[in-house]
Write a protein that binds this ligand. Structure first.
Ligand code: SF4
Length: 590
């Protein structure tokens, strides 16, 4: 199915949250001026009566904001490992040559800037890129050359061939979520008949758990948010889908937006919230017109606003556009971001369900979770739990990419084996599978009978397949670079540790590593796991840990014959990482 947007769509039509007026000003400046310059930062700070350092800190934190001008044509090439497989480096080279612009820079005449960016949610149709916020899929060298011509001729992006912007939301295997059919308003009417306590009981009986990966029991979160005394509560849909290789929210936002908004409204009614916020990752800006159109339809049908379907129930939904920061997928970082700050994860407790957005009880759920909550009320808890395992009821939407015959979207009952998934997507000659993205788990063929579920291999939905032609060390290095790039820099173990791991992998991949260095990597990874402030730092060494554990012979084969060449002063480096994080935040959120 084609994405419901056009290259000419008005991208500025975002509804920002009312409490913080910083974001509309930042987005407007970035879009109209090509940057948020120091002068603009001062003007914004003066207007909002905020310290200019605070505004500068926000601008510097997010990848899609910049304090120096971007080109009239701002090109961001997606750099997921699957884009590498698809040849994005050759395309980068072609663009650099034809346009005379260096990576990470804006050309002197201001015409074009060129960047690499983390996965933009198009791993099933790469190599992909964003140009002025619009998605380009299946790039080829020939197309890159043509793009360069159009840029030199100053042809507006709106007049570029539409097929270049075509997104396939190819569903190879639908289940109750991808195939969800909810008549707008029907779930709300049913919920009002049942009553809030019964709705909660249904969610609990169904055994719904968060589909973002952590898997906390949804009913318990709803209860906490409802029962914490407060004058205001919020529901947040986390659509900051940044895990490399994941694109299922892109598809769900396109195909199931009504069901998502129905789920948000349902949750709001149960917990007593009158406002919901969809946090949309900045890289999905092109979905805004479609999402606003669905919201407008729901408003016109009385499904949003001060009197839902002429009852005394009220609920409104805003959309907040992110600005490029993987860490904002973590719910407390997301809330900080919503409040107009840098997306640095909060200390927990308090948990968001007790004190979240603006210090009020906030129910933050993954897009898929909210759609499934609506499904449960429509079809019943038993229908939901008829899929999956006793500990992991329901189904899971997977984004499958890499070395498979049929990349795209698949929905399976939880508990499905990796082998069953590989057969469904036509994978052959498989060397390894990255389950749940770089922060998840890399597994070898001996483990393909393992199950995708909370009690075995939990996943947020990313499923990347690597055949025997792929270099496992290069893959691990790529993921290590990703974490080094996305570390927010707040705590030392992660800030320093990700850099150390990246340097170690560069040395190893160049054939100059030593056996000692392998041990060092494991020790640094362990320190990061134990002392980092949030999940990013705690999981940043996972790709190295997993690949070392399962493919050690590949590392050994790459070691330098001169062991002493390892330029790695471990003790000095470890001393840097041993500064403790502010608190242990590994406790699961209620
Ligand atoms: Fe930021 Fe620390 Fe989390 Fe890394 S572990 S992303 S530096 S808060």
């Amino acid at each position: 199915m084609t994405a419901p947007y056009a290259p000419s769509a008005n991208l500025s039509a975002t509804t920002e949250t009312a409490e913080d007026s910083l974001w509309p000003l930042l987005h407007a400046a970035q879009q109209s001026l090509g940057c948020v310059s120091p002068t603009t930062q001062q003007q914004i700070a003066a207007k909002l009566k905020r310290p200019v350092a605070e505004v500068r800190g926000v601008v510097e934190f997010y990848h899609l904001l910049s304090s120096t001008p971007q080109g009239e044509y701002c090109l961001r090439l997606s750099d997921n490992i699957t884009d590498r497989f698809d040849g994005n480096m050759a395309i980068l080279e072609r663009l650099e040559q034809r346009l005379g612009v260096d990576l990470g820079h804006c050309r002197a005449d201001g015409r074009v800037s060129l960047h690499l960016t983390s996965c933009i949610g198009l791993a099933d149709q790469g190599p992909a890129a964003l140009i002025n916020g619009l998605p380009l899929t299946r790039l080829t060298l020939r197309r890159a050359g043509r793009m360069a011509q159009l840029i030199e001729q100053r042809v507006p992006v709106a007049n570029w061939p539409r097929r270049w912007f075509h997104i396939n939301n190819t569903v190879h295997r639908a289940g109750p979520t991808l195939g969800c059919r909810i008549k707008p308003g029907s779930v709300l009417r049913r919920a009002w008949q049942l009553g809030a306590d019964t709705v909660l009981q249904h969610i609990k009986t169904a055994g719904l758990r968060g589909r973002g990966g952590a898997g906390f029991a949804s009913a318990q979160k709803w209860l906490h948010a409802r029962d914490t005394p407060a004058d205001q509560r919020f529901v947040i849909a986390n659509a900051d889908e940044g895990e490399p290789g994941t694109f299922k929210d892109r598809a769900l936002l396109t195909l199931q937006a009504d069901a998502l908004f129905e789920g948000m409204t349902l949750a709001g009614w149960v917990i007593g919230a009158k406002r919901g916020i969809l946090y949309l990752r900045g890289e999905y800006q092109y979905l805004l017109p479609h999402l606003h159109a669905v919201l407008a339809r729901r408003r016109a049908a009385g499904l949003l606003g001060a009197r839902l379907l002429d009852t005394d129930n009220a609920f409104e939904i805003d959309i907040h556009l992110g600005a490029g920061a993987y860490i904002c997928g973590e719910e407390t970082a997301l809330i900080e971001s919503l409040e107009g700050k840098r997306g640095i994860p909060r200390l927990r407790p308090p948990f968001p369900v007790n004190a979240g957005y603006l210090g009020k009880p906030t129910l933050c759920h993954n897009v898929e979770t909210l759609i499934q909550a609506a499904q449960i009320i429509q079809n019943g808890a038993a229908a939901f739990a008829s899929y999956g395992t006793p500990a992991s009821p329901g189904s899971k939407v997977l984004s499958i990419s890499g070395d498979v015959a049929r990349p795209g979207l698949y929905e399976f009952p939880l508990g499905v084996t990796v082998q069953q998934v590989l057969e469904a997507c036509g994978a052959q000659n498989v060397q390894a599978v990255q389950v749940g993205g770089p922060s998840g788990c890399l597994i070898a063929p001996t483990e393909f009978q393992r199950h995708l579920c909370y009690e075995d291999l939990p996943t947020s939905g990313s499923f990347m397949v690597f055949n025997h032609q792929r270099d496992i060390l290069e893959i691990a290095r790529h993921f290590t670079r990703f974490f080094a790039f996305e570390s927010c820099g707040f705590c030392t173990p992660c800030r320093v540790g990700t850099q150390l791991l990246q340097r170690a992998m560069d040395t190893l991949c160049s054939g100059h590593g030593s056996r000692q260095q392998l041990n060092d990597i494991e020790e640094i990874g362990e320190i990061m796991r134990q002392t980092s402030h949030c999940g990013l730092g705690q999981s940043a060494a996972n790709p190295l840990r997993d690949s070392l554990l399962r493919f050690r012979a590949l590392y050994e084969a790459r070691l330098s014959t001169i062991e002493a060449s390892a330029a790695f002063d471990l003790e000095a480096r470890l001393a840097e990482t041993r500064q403790p994080a502010p608190a242990n935040t590994t406790e699961p959120a209620p």
